[in-house]
Structures are given as C-alpha cells and as structure tokens.
Design a binder for this molecule. Structure first.
Ligand code: FE2
Ligand code: FE2
Length: 292
C-alpha cells in the first residue's frame, strides 16, 4: 500500500516588504494581507497540521500551491525552508499557485523551489513526472501573473499536449496516475478565480484518463468526478488551506491522506481527511472510499 498526503495553500506569514518591493499588484495584495488575510492564515495552525501529517508517516507529500502571498523574494526563502522541513526532495512534490506567481518578477525567485518541481531525471519545466512505487505524480503549473483583482490560472497549449502524452505512457506502464494542479478543473468560484482552459484539461482527462486529480486554490473540501475514457470517472479532490484559522473561513484547516493499493482495473483508493476542531487539535473528519 502507498500512502499519499495532500496539503495545499499554506500561505506562509508575509514578511515585511522591502522598500521598492511594493509595486504593481503587490500594493493591493499587501493591503489585503494586513486587513484580512493575516487573520485567516494562522502559522500555529499550519505547524499543527504539518506535525499531524508527519505523524501519519506518508510515503509521499503533495503540495498544490500558494505557499506565498504576494511573491516577495523573502517569501521564496521562507518557502524553501518550509518545504525542506516538510520532507526530502524525493518525498515532497510541489506545484505552484497564483500567489506564487503574483507578479511577473516572481519567476526570478522560482529556482528556490525548483528541486521540488522537477522530473526524476532532474529536468525542469511542466508537466514534471515523478515515479514512486506504483504511483506516478504529474505536476502541472497553472501559475501565471495576472492583472489586478484577477486570480485565474492557465495551463497553455504546450503543457496540455505534453500532459496527454505522459498520461498515455503511464497507462502503458500500469501506474496509478496522480495529477497535481493548483486551480480546480471544476469550481463554483467567481470567473476571476477560474482555470481559463479547464475545458481543455477535462478533455485530456476524458481522452487519456488518470486515477486521481488533486488541487487547491478554492480553500475548500471539494470532490468532483471528471469523465474518463470508456465511461470511467476520475475524482478531482480539493483541500482547504492548511493554515486556515479555525472559524474564519468556510472550511477550517485540513489535509487529506490517500491509501492506494491494488492494480490497474482494480485500484483501491481510500481518502481520510484530518483537520482542526474548535479546541485546536487535529482529528479525523471524514473517511471515504473513492474506488475499489
Ligand atoms: Fe490560496
Ligand atoms: Fe490560489
């Protein structure tokens, strides 16, 4: 059996910006953090979530984006430290979110996190591909710098084309295919927060299949079933922010654990959600057999 943990949207505490860093969209982002978001994302809650996750000793940890808030250089430094404390390069896979690409300048700092977003052969770029036991993790990037008040994501044609090829190869290898993506392929969020090429992503999944799609971004527990090939269904599962302070948002901080076993045509996959309660302790909240 393989245990995969999934957490998302930690939104680490925002360090004070340096003179000259508050440019463009970062100005409104910083005001938003000072007035609202710093009360929603709680560092202590995140520490508890990570400690509980580590105590479950998963075989691998998937992080689906938004470590940062306004993508300051210092956020990439603290993000690197946080990833290192979470686990080794071999055992942690990360895909970026819109807050990690908040402004175009953020790409300069991306090398800080690159080792957690590279393929097994060390190649950079998306999709990346990591094989772990029976599993294959395919990491996508929907993180693009967007105009003011926009939080959309985009895969783009090149990434979509490569995704289809990879899914087919992995099917031939009889792998359990886990797709990591920040923006949900199905969402009830407002238009300015959506994945702009979600229809293309769903078309690829319908044509080539996958066993599991994991996402963040909406900061909610979500489960949507996508069409797969030959009438099959593919679960797309989202988790709340791992740092959501209790009672401040619709869904409190949580993470998911997947117990994966079996073989092609007969995979078993059970999901357990663990999250905070009113007393600030982490406990099991839900157990759900996705298939098998
Ligand atoms: Fe987020
Ligand atoms: Fe996001």
């Amino acid at each position: 059996m393989f245990t995969l943990a999934h957490l998302s949207d930690p939104h680490l505490p925002l360090p004070p910006p340096r003179l000259g860093e508050l440019i463009n969209k970062r100005v409104t982002g910083y005001i938003n953090w000072r007035h609202r978001r710093r009360f929603v994302h709680d560092a202590e809650t995140l520490v508890k979530i990570v400690a509980d996750l580590k105590a479950q000793a998963p075989d691998h940890i998937a992080v689906t984006g938004d470590i940062a808030n306004i993508a300051l250089e210092e956020e990439f430094v603290s993000g690197r430290k946080w990833l290192q404390e979470l686990g080794s390069l071999h055992d942690v896979s990360f895909v970026p979110g819109n807050h990690d690409a908040y402004v175009r300048q953020a790409v300069r700092y991306a090398p800080q996190w690159a080792p957690y977003m590279s393929s097994d052969d060390g190649a950079a770029g998306f999709p990346y591909l990591r094989r772990r036991g029976k599993l294959a993790l395919i990491g996508l990037s929907t993180a693009v710098a967007t105009p003011l008040f926009m939080a959309t994501g985009r895969l783009g044609e090149a990434q979509c084309a490569r995704l289809g090829e990879i899914l087919t190869t992995l099917e031939q290898e009889k792998r359990f295919r886990v797709v990591l993506i920040h923006h949900p392929p199905v969402s009830r969020a407002k238009r300015h927060k959506l994945l702009s090429d979600a229809a293309e992503f769903k078309r690829i999944i319908a044509a080539h299949g996958a066993e599991l799609v994991l996402h963040g971004h909406d900061h909610l527990h979500m489960l949507n079933w996508l069409h797969g090939p030959n009438g099959s269904r593919v679960p797309a599962v989202g988790v709340p922010s791992a740092s959501a302070a209790f009672g401040t948002t619709k869904n409190d901080a949580a993470y998911n654990l997947y117990a994966i076993d079996g073989a092609p045509e007969a995979w078993c996959c059970e999901m357990i959600s663990r999250g905070t309660n009113f007393a600030g302790t982490i406990m099991q909240q839900r157990r759900l057999k996705l298939f098998g």
